[in-house]
Design a protein. Structure first.
Length: 80
């Protein structure tokens, strides 16, 4: 549960999803390839205004998970 909140804060700048009544197309998360290159040492990045996560191409799912956890725990606030 804590990782989900951290991920939402990383990706959207908020810790909760919107209420169903407030849901809009803007509320849908989008995932794109990173424009910073690929590689196992490149962390994911987010555009919180648009709920976009940019993921580099990793060799394994385990590397992707580890780098995503590193990114969401290192980023405690937006615009840092």
């Amino acid at each position: 549960q804590a990782d989900r909140r951290l991920f939402l804060r990383f990706a959207w700048g908020r810790e909760r999803l919107p209420l169903e009544s407030d849901y809009t197309e803007h509320s849908e998360m989008k995932i794109f390839p990173s424009d910073r290159g690929n590689g196992d040492h490149v962390l994911p990045e987010a555009e919180t205004c648009f709920f976009i996560v940019k993921l580099p191409q990793y060799r394994t799912k385990e590397l992707m998970h580890a780098n995503l956890i590193a990114a969401i725990t290192a980023c405690r606030e937006i615009n840092y």
